[in-house]
Design a protein around this ligand. Structure first.
Ligand code: BGC
Length: 746
């Protein structure tokens, strides 16, 4: 009865709310925004458009806040300071507009989850949502209400250090994971004090930086922009991402922070986005070295006129916007639109009603639930790439293990890039975890061999080899230090750094089986090492709980289920290498590798097809690849029809059976190829996937429905079209295998 009464009152309130919408045709929040805007001076409006980095309670900052010259502060990290600054904004500034505090909370605040590339390897959006939720709970407790994440730049170049922050090479997988992160950060209700406004970044095309060099120029033809780089951002708009961030790169000659085509035509006009767009750090000012603006004043003008609402650490708006408005170079209406977007964010976050953060004695960091979720995320992110003779999981005959390698006990490195706030002392390393869990059951001999990933110390190698000789199996934890990936951390050589490869070769000479675990910020070129090792696990940088997760996988308490979110090249010269490539007019066939070519062979002696003489045409491992401790059998591919009309859906199904003796999860993947079209289409495109857990012997029918929209593509007129003709489709365990079917769209 009480609940009925509550519901009844609820309906009445809803009625009033709807009435207030319909009476004046206005959303009540918009009315409040307009009312506030009407009271603001030009100076106060411009004040909202500045974001500055925290300087604690410095007199300068207090003065700027009191004068209403700052809209947002980033990198201020304790509730006392954020509250005091907020109090000044509310009580001392003329209109009492609250500040919003921001921070890069990318894959955790204190409890660190796997790097986003690792989370993407889980192919489980719940993993990403949990990670973002935990991050939001922790970060909001110190007053942060806006994170600069998720990073949803599709990235097909492992040289680029920021691939670590991305969800890899595929627009669909990136969209799914990005949306899950937005959901996790923003929670059910953005006004909840534990919610963070998300920020879809970097808009756009940053992942295409030439040569994988950070901040580099990009050339992206419109169909590729629409097909590859924009879909995750459009998905973010639909998922109500509260904010967007510009990218650093110029795209076809126009830096994103001065790019009206991206920021107005696409973001605002086409997608109807009403959230807020912030520049990247200093990216407005950086339009000067780009060679796009002569000075800071021109940079401010171009950014404002390109609808960049907030200037992050550029001082361009602070110094020049007022005179630009007064001279007519930027209209006050343009400023008003920006300010409305900023105020809308603050209303959406509930900051006008609830601006302060509760100052708790005990902060909700590293709770057992958060650590458990971080561990599960790390398990699901781990990819089994090789498992000769089923050496993994280690069985009961193993009485001693040698724990070797620079990443075996590297608490700061395992949490990876972009964790400003994660504390290495809370990391549980593989060595810690194996000792704690198995130290009383088997002999554990620890010898890192190399102190850090770039180390070349030969004596360390000898010590490691001596240790290995005493063990039944060698666990070799290789990879990259955290500092070798992330922003401005591009590499031209993406092999294992330092003497790690040599260390592995020496270990191998002991004749003992070697399990190599790679902990890195990107796919590394590990062809030779993969051949040498008996088993290979790829875990990227898996976060605070990397150790316990890897121990569970190695000793078989958990079954690996990660799949590559990015193609692994054999050699760096194959980059960019991605599964959704075009076929070319001479697809690879008759591959003769460089050593197969007889000396003195004639120019016409080998086939004229598309491949590298020294690498062939295949990657080391394809996108979507990952083994399990069980086997999955795919049978009975069925299509709802062999012919569909342009407005019809098609259902594609098959049966997946766990034929082994371990319960395990499999990522069932659906790919499609539009065989002939007016614009050449990729050889395969991921359209859907489903991660299912099957018991030993269990078979399940997995079904996917494709809509006409999913079968269509962007044509040269920037329109999505579905053309008639033949389509191939595959359901499989990775992008290179699968049951194939065909259908025709008529
Ligand atoms: C990065 C952004 C980040 C910003 C604020 C920039 O250098 O490109 O991704 O959000 O700094 O820290």
């Amino acid at each position: 009865m009480i609940s009925f009464y509550k519901k009844f009152i609820g309906y009445i309130c809803l009625g009033f709310l709807l009435a207030s919408f319909t009476n004046d045709g206005n959303d009540p929040t918009e009315a409040k925004i307009n009312e506030l805007l009407s009271k603001m001076t030009l100076e106060e409006k411009i004040g909202q458009m500045n974001q500055l980095t925290g300087t604690g309670l410095s007199d300068d900052m207090k003065g700027l806040v009191a004068a209403g010259k700052v809209g947002s502060i980033l990198n201020e990290l304790d509730a006392k300071t954020t509250n005091e600054l907020q109090r000044i904004a509310i009580e001392n500034s003329r209109l009492g507009i609250p500040l919003v505090f921001a921070r890069d909370v990318v894959h955790g605040f204190k409890t660190i989850f796997p790097i986003p590339l690792g989370q993407a390897a889980s192919w489980n959006p719940q993993v990403a949502e949990n990670g973002a939720r935990v991050a939001a709970m922790e970060a909001s407790s110190v007053g942060i209400r806006w994170t600069f994440a998720p990073m949803i730049d599709v990235s097909r170049d492992p040289r680029w250090g920021r691939i670590a922050e991305s969800c890899g090479e595929d627009p669909y997988l990136t969209s799914v994971m990005g949306v899950a992160m937005i959901k996790g950060f923003q929670g059910e209700d953005l006004t909840d004090p534990s919610s963070l406004a998300a920020c879809a970044k970097h808009f756009a095309g940053y992942g295409a930086s030439e040569a994988g060099k950070d901040y580099n120029t990009t050339w992206i033809p419109e169909p590729q922009l629409r097909e590859v780089f924009l879909p995750p951002f459009e998905a973010a708009v639909k998922a109500n991402a509260a904010t967007f961030m510009c990218s650093f790169n110029d795209i076809n000659g126009v830096p994103s922070s001065g790019n009206p085509y991206l920021n107005k035509t696409i973001l605002r006009d086409e997608w109807k986005y009403d959230g807020m767009l912030v520049s990247d750090w200093g990216s407005i000012e950086q339009m000067i070295p780009h060679g796009f603006c002569a000075d800071l004043k021109e940079a401010a003008e171009k950014a404002a006129n390109a609808a960049v609402d907030m200037d992050m650490m550029g001082y361009a708006y602070m110094v020049h916007l007022e005179e630009l408005v007064k001279s007519g170079a930027v209209s006050e209406k343009t400023v008003d639109e920006a300010v409305k977007n900023i105020l809308r964010l603050k209303f959406r976050l509930g900051l006008f009603d609830n601006p302060y953060t509760e100052e708790k004695e005990i902060l909700p960091f590293y709770t057992p639930e958060a650590l458990q979720m971080a561990k599960e995320a790390a398990i699901e992110s781990t990819i089994l790439l090789k498992n000769d003779k089923n050496i993994l999981p280690l069985n009961d005959n193993i009485k001693s293990v040698a724990v070797i390698g620079p990443l075996s006990d590297a608490p700061a490195d395992q949490i990876g890039t972009w964790c400003f706030d994660g504390e290495p002392e809370h990391s549980v390393t593989p060595l810690n975890a194996i000792q704690a869990e198995y130290g009383n059951k088997i002999k554990i001999i620890a010898e890192k061999g190399l102190a850090y990933s770039r180390d070349k110390d030969q004596q360390g190698i000898s010590r490691a080899v001596a240790a290995a000789q005493q063990a039944d199996v060698i666990l070799f934890f290789a990879g990259e230090e955290a500092v070798l990936s992330g922003e401005a951390r591009s590499r031209a050589d993406i092999s294992l750094p330092g003497a790690q490869s040599q260390l592995l070769s020496e270990l191998k000479k002991s004749g003992k089986p070697v399990v190599m675990v790679v902990m890195a910020g990107r796919p590394l070129t590990i062809q030779k090492e993969t051949e040498e090792a008996d088993a290979v696990l790829y875990s990227f940088h898996a976060g605070t709980m990397a150790g316990p997760a890897l121990a569970d996988v190695i000793f078989g308490k958990a079954v690996p289920s990660g799949k590559l979110p990015v193609t692994m090249p054999r050699m760096v010269g194959q980059v960019p290498i991605y599964y959704a490539h075009k076929n070319t007019g001479r697809p690879a066939s008759n591959i003769d590798l460089i050593d197969d070519i007889p000396v003195g062979a004639e120019q016409t002696s080998i086939g004229f097809t598309s491949y590298h003489l020294d690498a062939g045409d295949s990657p080391l491992f394809p996108f979507g690849y990952g083994l399990s401790y069980t086997n999955f059998e795919y049978t009975d591919l069925k299509l709802s029809s062999n012919e569909i009309d342009k407005n019809q859906n098609i259902t594609i199904r098959c049966t997946v059976k766990n034929t082994g003796n371990r319960e395990a999860a499999e990522v069932v993947q659906l790919y499609v190829r539009n065989v002939v079209a007016s614009l050449v289409r990729p050889v395969k495109e991921l359209k859907d996937f489903n991660k299912v857990t099957l018991k030993p012997g269990e078979a399940r029918e997995i079904s996917f429905t494709l809509t006409p929209e999913q079968l269509s593509f962007w044509d040269l007129n920037n329109k999505r079209v579905l053309e008639t003709g033949l389509f191939h489709c595959w359901i499989g365990t990775n992008s290179a295998e699968g049951l194939q079917g065909s259908f025709t769209v008529r």
